[in-house]
Write a protein that binds this ligand. Structure first.
Ligand code: SOE
Length: 383
């Protein structure tokens, strides 16, 4: 068995999802490679030490440059805030490290392109953590579409709704709330939530050509945790956009952190000539499927409980009927990445694939500013 030594940067929520994936992986997936949690890196040493104890990292670093310079590290995982992704990834690529980077790839397409060039020049395996692709029901949707069961696609509809920033007393910036600080996050719901919807959509439905968007910042000023001052809010609290795909289908996307009652309601529905599918993160182990070719008296929406051994990934877990959850999507992502290494196959979404998502986000934010339809810059997909 080959060993891959992991250096993880960032011990927030995403650092936990990545660490948990490494801990679960070997117990459930028989792979050629095994990963070792070699080092955790965070500028806050106390936090990093506590994290190392909880998750079993062998060592602690407080400077990501030192981590990248270590010869005993093979894979760098970037779970740090968005404004650090590019600098870390480019340095890691130059040092010849494999990279798994949290989403969104970068602050904007320009940074993203530099990252793609760096990993491709270095020839290092790379992956961006758009984890929802690896929910078994979503992978099943991909398989059904690729088999042609839906026929020509007419409509794609996606939403990602949350409600955690409604209070005007919530500050912006700092450790837990950097997602509200435009200088650190790049954008609001567009990069944080719609990026997930866009990644899934490009994967399931192909290239997007044009978008027409509107955004809103409902609370214009918030106290900044780092300066203690009331500062302008630069992120989009809500975003809705129309899109046209290259395959001729029409789409609507919506995301907000102001949908009272919704915590992480990611949903999509796709309507094709023969069949439709729908999925809902709050009921993530089910795929809704309607097939017009069923005999008339039996025609109706089926709710497929995606827990059978022949459903994607499910043969690795428990027994039919018993479901898995959010955290398993990170285990699946890691398993696919390592399987790709073993078989010399590229596993998406690569940096190049994630740049396509970044370009859609850029076009969405541009359209919200100009009030016009905007073209999406093109990049060749790798998967
Ligand atoms: C934000 O609340 C967030 O944690 C995103 O950053 C994640 O990417 C998403 O999966 C859940 O919501």
């Amino acid at each position: 068995m080959k060993t891959i030594n992991v250096g993880l940067i960032g011990c927030g929520f995403m650092g936990r999802t990545h660490s948990n994936a490494h801990r679960r992986l070997g117990n459930f997936f028989k792979l050629e490679h095994q990963t070792v949690l070699k080092a955790i890196c965070d500028f806050n040493e106390e936090k990093a030490k506590a994290f190392a104890l909880t998750w079993g990292f062998e060592s602690v670093e407080t400077d990501w440059r030192k981590l990248i310079a270590r010869e005993d590290i093979d894979l760098i995982e970037i779970a740090a805030p968005n404004n650090l992704h590019a600098e870390i990834a480019v340095a890691a690529a130059k040092a010849g490290k494999m990279i798994i980077c949290e989403k969104p790839l970068a602050m904007d397409g320009k940074q993203g392109l530099a990252m793609v060039k760096a990993v491709e020049k270095a020839g290092v395996p790379n992956l961006v953590s758009y984890n929802y692709r690896r929910i078994p029901a979503v992978t099943l949707a991909k398989n059904l579409i690729d088999e042609g069961r839906l026929g020509r696609i007419f409509h794609y509809r996606a939403k990602f709704l949350q409600d955690w920033t409604i209070s005007k007393d919530l500050p912006q910036g700092g450790d837990a709330l950097w997602r509200l600080d435009a200088k650190v996050a790049g954008s609001g719901v567009t990069g944080d939530l719609l990026a997930h919807c866009i990644d899934t959509a490009l994967w399931l439905n192909g290239d997007m050509d044009r978008v027409n968007a509107m955004t809103e910042t409902f609370i214009k000023e918030r106290k900044h945790n780092l300066t203690g001052k009331i500062e302008k809010v630069g992120i989009d609290d809500a975003c809705a956009f129309l899109a046209r795909f290259a395959n001729g289908s029409l789409a609507t996307f919506e995301s907000t952190r102001y949908a009272r009652g919704h915590k992480a309601l990611y949903t999509f529905e796709i309507n094709g000539e023969h069949a439709s599918i729908a999925w809902d993160l709050h009921d993530l182990h089910r795929l809704q499927y309607f097939d017009h070719r069923d005999p008339g008296i039996l025609r109706g929406w089926r709710s497929i409980h995606v827990t059978d051994g022949d459903h994607p990934y499910m043969g690795k877990w428990w027994v039919p009927g018993l479901q898995v959850g959010y955290e398993h999507s990170f285990v699946h992502q890691l398993a696919d990445f390592l399987e790709g290494l073993a078989n010399n196959k590229t596993t998406g979404p690569t940096f190049r694939d994630a740049l396509a998502t970044q370009y859609v986000c850029d076009a969405v934010l541009k359209s919200a500013r100009t009030g016009r339809w905007e073209k999406v810059s093109k990049i060749r997909q790798s998967s």
